[in-house]
Ligand binder design. Structure first.
Ligand code: NAP
Length: 251
């Protein structure tokens, strides 16, 4: 019998999630590539499969309870009980506080916090049953405060508290929970930010890189490397931590 573990990576159709899914697959895990629709997971699944890995496309909205329940059931029956979870799905609805709508506040809380809660609550029973599990939550340097992101920074700070509490509650079942707080990573999300502030993408990357101690923008693989560590067997004594992966202390 194969000892292969099953991972779920949310928001894995593109960007950081796609890189994390590919990395976990190359580490030998079977990976459920969860995104809003199965179609949006197709490219990630194809890349993993072509590289010789095992992946399953799962369409689900992480902020919707029924959708999450159905997704976890599908992963369990088609791929095996999930014991690794990477809560990566995310959205931006940036605006200054005085212009921020309740809808934009709720949407961000819904995907990041409600989504991470629903996913973690759903998979913990499989982790507890296996007496082993790894939960990795995506926070952000924005958790420390960022203009125009009162909703997002609150959600990303919330992810850190959520992570630490999961670490405390689930540790005795062999389950660790850690957070990764990326700085500036070159993805569609930051491309959208460049557009919003009216900057050319190349200029935007250059300006961001200038402020980063290692003098470059991050790439999704930088985050995938950290996720691979937290998901690994050997990281079992590391829990409740927040790792800033930002080319410096916080940028
Ligand atoms: P991205 O390119 O915008 O990708 C986000 C993914 O999440 C997309 O595939 C999106 O699906 C999916 N998604 C959105 N809402 C969802 C929902 N309700 N249910 C399921 N999937 C959903 O973003 P990214 O830059 O890779 O960011 C990934 C994570 O890292 C996010 O949590 C983000 O906040 C965090 N982060 C990013 C940076 C950065 O600089 N890029 C920095 C710090 C933290 P669709 O494609 O279908 O919309």
């Amino acid at each position: 019998m194969s000892e292969r573990k099953t991972a779920i990576v949310t928001g894995a159709g593109r960007g950081i999630g796609a890189a994390v899914a590919a990395r976990l697959a190359s580490d030998g895990l079977a990976v459920a590539v969860l995104d809003l629709t199965e179609e949006s997971s197709a490219d990630t699944v194809a890349a993993i499969t072509e590289a010789g890995g095992t992946a399953l496309a799962v369409g689900a909205d992480v902020s919707d309870e029924e959708s999450v329940t159905a997704a976890i059931a599908k992963v369990t029956s088609d791929l095996g009980a999930p014991t690794v979870l990477v809560n990566n799905a995310g959205i931006l609805r940036d605006n200054l506080l005085f212009k921020m709508s309740v809808g934009d506040w709720d949407a961000v809380m819904g995907v990041h916090l409600r989504g991470a809660f629903l996913m973690a609550r759903g998979v913990q029973e499989h982790m507890v049953a296996a007496k082993w599990g790894r939960i990795v939550n995506l926070s952000s340097t924005s958790a420390l405060g960022n203009r125009g992101q009162s909703n997002y920074s609150a959600a990303k700070a919330g992810m850190q508290g959520f992570t630490k509490t999961l670490a405390i509650e689930l540790g005795k079942f062999g389950v660790t929970a850690n957070a990764i707080a990326p700085g500036f990573i070159q993805t569609d999300m930051t491309k959208a930010t460049a557009e919003r502030v009216g900057m050319d993408w190349e200029e935007f990357v250059k300006a961001n890189a200038e402020a980063i101690p290692v003098k470059r923008g991050g790439v999704p693989e930088d985050i995938a490397h950290a996720a691979s560590f937290f998901a690994s067997e050997g990281a079992g004594f590391v829990s409740g931590q927040v790792l800033y992966v930002a080319g410096g202390p916080r940028d």
